[in-house]
Design a binder for this molecule. Structure first.
Ligand code: C2E
Ligand code: CA
Ligand code: CA
Length: 733
């Protein structure tokens, strides 16, 4: 399901990347479509304009042809329906009159280029061609269509239809031919039917005539073409019999084409401008979107990255770990998580400063990056905590070697500029078999395991197991019980005498806290003190012990009182004021009060510890270093901090019998204390031999079950005597 979702999201992301391309392509298509529509419209306009022009031209040409015909007819009427002419031609001596008035011999006539005067039977009376007498008969010179026309005219006599004109094929080409009966206009002039004469004018459609037509009617390229080769669309020239004898063609002006070709570049330019504009718009948009996306990605990455180390941070690890677990569930693998916490990082930070601490973090981050196998995730969870996650084959544990590698890596000292520091690492591991444990739970488990590694003495790797949860739950319920115990007064203080080694008289008491829990019965301070420290309840408990101890010791002013103070109390800013108040309320002399502190605090916070000791010394209190010999036992800070007393740890006393080295160590330690002039108390004395030996070694005070177990307040009078004076305790034999 999760896979499907990721896949879906990825595919959406892919589409988003392609959307710009899609936009570009679709805009280009739109621009092209608009261009095509506009050009098609323009073309339609052009075609229509062309067609209109074509039909106008055709009309003009056919108009010109019929005008030619009607002009010829009216010319014929002018010449032949004429009284004088009729009188002249039908008289015997007509030849001269005819020549003169019909001007037949005129070679430059505008009206005709050939002419006939035909007799009643159609016989030629006179014939001229371009001013010269002409011997070809009409039947030879003209096509038969003429004959039909001439005969029809002749039949009309002087009536209507006594003249006609038409296009006729001649031996020379195509001509407009007019034929008319010569007759009078007035009724006085009588034309005998059997003597009827006809005048024939022939005017060839030569190029000159065609050109003048073209000029008059604004038609370019007008040409006469042979009947055989008349193209479609040409104007047809028909003879009186209706036969096509020629055609007239012209050059199409195609004004639409002209306009179209003139306009097209502008349209294309406009479209190109629009196209470029849109392209730039989309491009700019895509750049902006790309930049925004880039910013978004960078911001996302920033949020998931630890700035100091450059590794992923907790959130980054969480996101990637979830992915890895999801994938492992699909491939049926396990995911292993390593939770690393450096040992001693705080000290490096405290002693050398934060700059060195930061360099150490970077150095560790760099080293771990090289250490981890391919496909593993490395992240810094904050502070000195790192995590490594990696998929492993189900059921196998090749990652075991990684734990070893990590430990090996930390055994080498880190060189940070001029400093060389050594730190360790505690590792908790947890497994998500087949991806069955989610990231949050896996992190929690590895974290718990890491705490266990720390508690078990650091510098080790521990794998999570369910019992750790139980331990954690128990700790939680113990904490609750501790709180309840504090409310219900389940705590009380017991007192263990401290004896003067020489006089064997009681020199002081150490106050020790006891808890008699209603639910659990007596709980050892070894258990509840750490719990009180980690839960913050130690402040209240500590003040309670101090209050009790001061109240009790008031009765025996000659006896000193030792009170244990936890390092956690030192961090509380209200500690000094609280001590001051309790001291003044009790009226106990501060000189008789010793605070016992352990060395851990001095190692971790030397600066702050110094200030605290000064403040406590200022109140007149004494400070003893407790549990000396149990931990680091550095001589350095013995000198650095002016302790008033040293308390040898029980373990050192216990070790006396076990090995000769224990004896040597103890003697060396005491010699050192003597050299520094610090008095020493030996605690945990359980036998007379130990008491004697330690007195001989130079311990001025002794404490242990051999002298007395811690006793309750009620038993103190018996121990110390009824009076406010130190009592004598006789050593058991
Ligand atoms: P500590 O300060 O070293 O206290 C001395 C411990 O040694 C006491 O254990 C005491 O009962 C035990 N002891 C004394 N003589 C002998 C002996 O001869 N043999 C053996 N085996 N043990 C002996 P206790 O009372 O159980 O306290 C344990 C630790 O709890 C203390 O160690 C101290 O660190 C802490 N603690 C006890 N009371 C307080 C308190 O009021 N405040 C703080 N902060 N810590 C306390
Ligand atoms: Ca103590
Ligand atoms: Ca101690």
């Amino acid at each position: 399901m999760r896979d499907l979702l990721t896949h879906f999201l990825n595919s959406i992301r892919l589409k988003r990347q392609h959307i710009v391309l899609l936009l570009l392509v679709s805009f280009a298509l739109v621009v092209m479509a608009v261009m095509a529509v506009v050009l098609t419209a323009l073309q339609t306009v052009a075609v229509t304009a062309n067609a209109l022009d074509e039909s106008r031209s055709r009309q003009a040409v056919s108009g010109a042809l019929s005008t030619l015909k009607s002009q010829m007819i009216s010319t014929m009427v002018d010449y032949t329906a004429w009284d004088a002419a009729a009188e002249a031609v039908y008289s015997p001596e007509s030849k001269d009159w005819v020549l003169e008035n019909f001007d037949l011999a005129n070679g430059a006539s505008e009206i005709f280029d050939a002419a006939y005067l035909l007799g009643p039977d159609g016989g030629v009376l006179m014939a001229f061609r371009r001013g010269e007498p002409f011997s070809m008969r009409p039947a030879e010179f003209l096509s038969p269509a003429f004959d039909g026309m001439a005969k029809a005219v002749r039949r009309a006599g002087v009536e209507k239809g006594a003249e006609a004109a038409g296009f006729v094929k001649t031996a020379e080409g195509v001509a407009i031919v007019g034929v008319s009966n010569i007759r009078g206009l007035s009724p006085d002039v009588v034309v005998p039917k059997d003597r009827l004469q006809q005048l024939v004018f022939i005017r060839h459609l030569d190029q000159g005539r065609i050109d003048s037509i073209a000029e008059n009617y604004l038609i370019t390229g007008l040409r006469l073409v042979d009947a055989a080769s008349v193209p479609p669309g040409a104007a047809l020239v028909r003879d009186p019999a209706g036969r096509v004898i020629a055609g007239l063609t012209w050059t199409a002006q195609a004004p639409g084409d002209i306009s179209y070709h003139r306009v097209r570049p502008y349209v294309l330019a406009a479209m190109t401008i629009v196209g470029v504009f849109v392209f730039l718009l989309v491009l700019a948009g895509s750049i902006v979107i790309g930049k925004l996306r880039g910013d978004e990605i960078a911001a996302r990455k920033m949020a998931l990255t630890d700035r100091l180390s450059g590794l992923g941070n907790r959130l980054g690890l969480f996101t990637r770990l979830q992915e890895m677990i999801g994938q492992a569930a699909g491939t049926r693998d396990d995911v292993m998580l390593f939770y690393l916490d450096m040992d001693g990082f705080k000290e490096v930070n405290d002693v050398y400063g934060h700059a060195t601490g930061d360099r150490l973090i970077k150095s560790v981050a760099g080293g771990l990056t090289h250490l981890i196998p391919e496909g593993a995730i490395l992240a810094r969870l904050g502070g000195d905590e790192f995590a490594i996650a990696l998929p492993v084959k189900h059921g196998t544990r090749p990652a075991r070697s990684l734990e070893v590698l990590i430990q090996d890596f930390f055994t080498e000292p880190f060189v940070l500029g001029e400093r060389v520091v050594t730190v360790g690492v505690s590792v908790g591991t947890a497994l998500s078999p087949l991806g069955s444990i989610d990231a949050e739970e896996l992190l929690r488990r590895a974290d718990i395991a890491m705490y266990k590694a720390k508690a078990d003495g650091r510098g080790r790797a521990i794998a999570y197991d369910a019992e750790m949860d139980a331990a954690l739950a128990e700790r939680k319920s113990m904490e609750a019980a501790l709180r309840a115990g504090l409310r219900n007064n389940e705590f009380f203080v017991v007192y263990q005498p401290v004896v003067d080694a020489k006089t064997q008289r009681i020199a002081g008491l150490e106050a020790l806290l006891r808890w008699n829990s209603r639910q659990m019965g007596a709980v050892s301070p070894e258990i509840f003190i750490p719990l009180a420290e980690s839960s913050g309840l130690i402040d209240k408990l500590g003040m309670f012990v101090m209050g009790e101890a001061l109240r009790v010791i008031r009765k025996w002013p000659q006896i000193g009182i030792s009170i244990n103070v936890s390092p956690a109390q030192f961090r509380n800013p209200f500690f000094i004021p609280g001590v001051t108040r309790l001291l003044s309320e009790s009226g106990v002399s501060p000189q008789s009060v010793t605070l016992e502190v352990t060395e851990g605090y001095f190692i971790h916070n030397p600066g702050h510890a110094c200030g605290m000791i000064d403040a406590l010394n200022g109140l007149g209190l004494r400070i003893a270093l407790d549990d000396f010999g149990a931990g680091f036992s550095s001589i350095g800070y013995l000198r650095q901090f002016a302790f008033d007393r040293l308390k040898l740890d029980r373990s050192m006393i216990g070790a006396l019998e076990e090995t000769p080295r224990g004896r040597e160590m103890l003697q060396a330690t005491l010699a050192l204390a003597a050299a520094l002039g610090i008095p020493v108390t030996a605690e945990g004395i359980e036998t007379e031999e130990q008491a004697i030996f330690l007195r001989l070694c130079g311990c001025d005070q002794l404490q242990g079950y051999f002298f007395s177990r811690p006793v309750g307040e009620a038993d103190l009078p018996a121990l110390l005597g009824e009076y406010a004076a130190p009592g004598t305790v006789s050593l058991p034999a």
